[in-house]
Design a binder for this molecule. Structure first.
Ligand code: UGA
Length: 439
């Protein structure tokens, strides 16, 4: 018999998981405290801009295998496995905020006390190592001790903007478990979930927690590494970080991915998990020197963008600057930790008139900046009368930009390609600067 699934926390991991699980034939209920979200999902509308999610949601809604509710109690009692996918954001103090996770665990524990059958609680949210041991298991108390409930840690490696794809085609499944009963149950679930079953690695709970942090910290390290090389290239004539990245990426020991120089890593995960790993290192008395350096390099990328603008003498009152791309990366409307937010505040401070364009993120940006800046859905309109065009996100539309359009619409000839998506040779009549490109 297929296990019945509940998923608690319908964010960018929980919602795709709920929908995908139902689409793979499991009776699945998605739970979220936000009634607005639940109503929207029940009417077939996803509030997350993930390619393929809307279509999959509409498909499964007609199948009768999926339900959405705010009622944790019924959802948990009527299922065999609960995936915990609530957010673990950072507090203003820089610590990981475990309150959503611990509140959800308390509510679930309450329901499980009244449930007669065995239940598996699977933690998918990213947590600092030892959180399961020190916080989650104590909340479950005798339920976990007596074996009525098992806990497993099953980190998720999906990326925003390709969540459905990554969920359906993972490179590895990590199962952190205390005993064979829980790892076997989760393995059985995934064997039924996937037509082509991915490799499954069973570890201790603690190792599984650390794997997730190590994975994101390593990706962040690669980015800060190539951005450090980009800084060297920028200070050296006739050099180009793109070519360096291509060459070192050919070495199979290094690999080509995550070697794209740019504005630094943003989003809700890499910056947050690095902070979490630094905090955890300190907690156990280890000096997080490397992780701090990765963070410092990332912070400094913003200053490099500003420096290029200063060299072009565009940061002054009365000038207009066009920002192309607000999302922290293409394929999403997410602007959390996006360099665009920091840069626009900076330009406003210096009296620059800011014009912004993005295929998806304009509305989110408007919520922060209101009428302090101008918003454009048309590229030529965004460029009209501008003194500098700064490309911050690697959207496909910007890759097709032509010198002729820029020269015809802008007031001055300054271009800054922070994402390295344009061919500098094709902008020879302009004052063209780019991250990691020696002048
Ligand atoms: C990241 C990880 O890639 C996922 O594996 C992980 O599951 C997820 O965090 C998470 O912890 O939930 P995501 O935040 O969606 O996924 O974004 P990435 O694709 O990793 O990009 C992160 C940032 O790095 C973006 O700002 C991107 O523009 C930047 N980046 C990426 C570069 O500057 N250069 C690169 O070569 C690659």
């Amino acid at each position: 018999m297929r296990p019945k699934i509940s998923v608690v926390g319908l964010g960018f991991v929980g919602l795709p998981l709920t929908v995908a699980s139902a689409s793979r034939g499991f009776d699945t209920v998605g739970v979220d405290a936000d009634a607005k979200k639940i109503n929207s999902l029940c009417s077939g509308k996803s509030y997350i801009a993930e390619p393929g999610l809307d279509i999959l949601l509409k498909d499964v809604l007609t199948s009768g295998r999926i339900h959405f509710t705010t009622d944790h109690d019924r959802a948990v009692k009527n299922s065999d496995i609960t995936f915990l996918t609530v957010g673990t954001p950072l507090k203003a103090s820089g610590e990981v905020d475990l309150s959503y996770m611990l509140d959800a665990t308390r509510v679930i524990a309450q329901s499980l006390r009244e449930k007669k059958r065995f239940h598996l609680l699977v933690v998918k949210s990213t947590l600092p190592p030892l959180t399961t041991r020190d916080y989650i298991l104590p909340i479950l108390g005798d339920l976990a001790r007596d074996g009525a409930v098992d806990v497993a840690v099953n980190p998720e490696f999906l990326r925003e903007g390709s969540a459905v794809h990554d969920l359906l085609d993972p490179h590895l499944i990590v199962i952190g478990a205390k005993n064979r009963r829980s790892s076997s149950l989760l393995k059985r679930y995934y064997r039924r979930f996937y037509e082509q079953v991915p490799e499954m690695l069973v570890t201790s709970i603690e190792t599984a927690e650390l794997i997730k942090y190590a994975n994101n910290a390593f990706l962040a390290t690669k980015i800060s590494f190539i951005n450090s090389i980009a800084a060297l290239c920028q200070g050296m004539p006739e050099s180009d970080v793109e070519t360096v990245a291509y060459a070192i990426g050919k070495d199979p020991r290094i690999g080509p991915m995550f070697l794209k120089a740019g504005p630094g890593f943003g989003g809700s995960c890499l910056p947050k998990d690095l902070v979490g790993l630094i905090g955890f290192s300190q907690k156990i008395g280890e000096e997080p020197g490397l992780f701090r350096a990765v963070q410092a390099v990332n912070d400094a990328q913003f200053l490099r963008i500003v420096e290029m603008m200063r060299q072009q003498k565009v940061v002054k009152g009365g000038n207009a600057v066009t920002i192309l791309g607000l999302a922290f990366k293409s394929g999403t409307d997410d602007i959390r930790n996006a360099v665009s937010v920091r840069l626009v505040w900076y330009l406003i401070k210096y009296g620059v008139s800011v014009r912004v364009h993005d295929p998806l993120a304009l509305e989110r940006f408007r919520m922060i900046f209101g009428d302090r800046i101008s918003y454009f859905s048309s590229l030529p309109n965004a460029l009209e009368g501008s003194d500098c065009c700064v490309i911050l996100t690697e959207w496909d539309a910007y890759k097709k930009l032509r010198q002729e359009l820029l020269l015809a619409t802008m007031r001055s000839d300054n271009v800054i390609d922070v994402r390295r998506i344009l061919d500098p040779k094709k902008f020879s009549e302009m004052n063209f600067k780019a991250i990691g490109l020696g002048s």
